[in-house]
Design a protein around this ligand. Sequence first.
Ligand code: AMP
Ligand code: MG
Ligand code: MG
Length: 208
Amino acid sequence: MASSSNNSIKQQNYDYFLVLDFEATCDEERKIYPIEIIEFPVLKINARTFECESIFHTYVTPTINPQLTKFCIDLTGITQDMITNQPKFDDVLQNFHLWLNNEKLLESNTKFIFVTCGDWDLYTMLPSQCNYFKLSCAEYFNRWINIKKSFKQATGKFARDGMMGMLKDLNIQHIGRHHSGIDDCKNIAEILKQLAKHGYIFEENRKK
Ligand code: AMP
Ligand code: MG
Ligand code: MG
């Protein structure tokens, strides 16, 4: 990595980074099937300033296993109340598309890419839920940056302890609650900004 005193953010190949981190139904013995998304947060990060310009954030009512386990509540901090009377997953996908449109992210001259911590969100979770509910998954969900791989390329260090390990390595104070989707997004966005400040240029590096 370039010297840490180098604060020059280089021109990126995108206009916006969309930092995304799903939370889903779970328990300790992986007894739940299918697992369903219960929090859908996305930060719109300007690729020149690395500031957040807008947020899409909703909790989602699961339909197959509507009752959260104690394990899931303890892990994510998401309570039963927070997911009750929230939109269902198919509505959330539509609302997200409307948000992208309102944010002018779907215009042909605007280039965006998702940023996730690992490949689970967009390689495993979203396709499996779309498949289970026979919903079509928009094409834009196929492009993402796995920030763990970017971290490895930028620093030469393996992101052994995931998001928490990268924060520690980069001397970034963790904010909020780990496994809260919106807080995880904010922390991932800080890692993104820090790597950019070190002169890193992000490229799509998703699992194929
Ligand atoms: P994360 O983005 O790391 O907060 O995790 C996303 C989702 O993965 C969580 O909402 C859980 O459904 C599942 N998950 C994460 N960590 C664990 C764990 N230690 N045990 C079981 N499920 C987990
Ligand atoms: Mg995650
Ligand atoms: Mg999370």
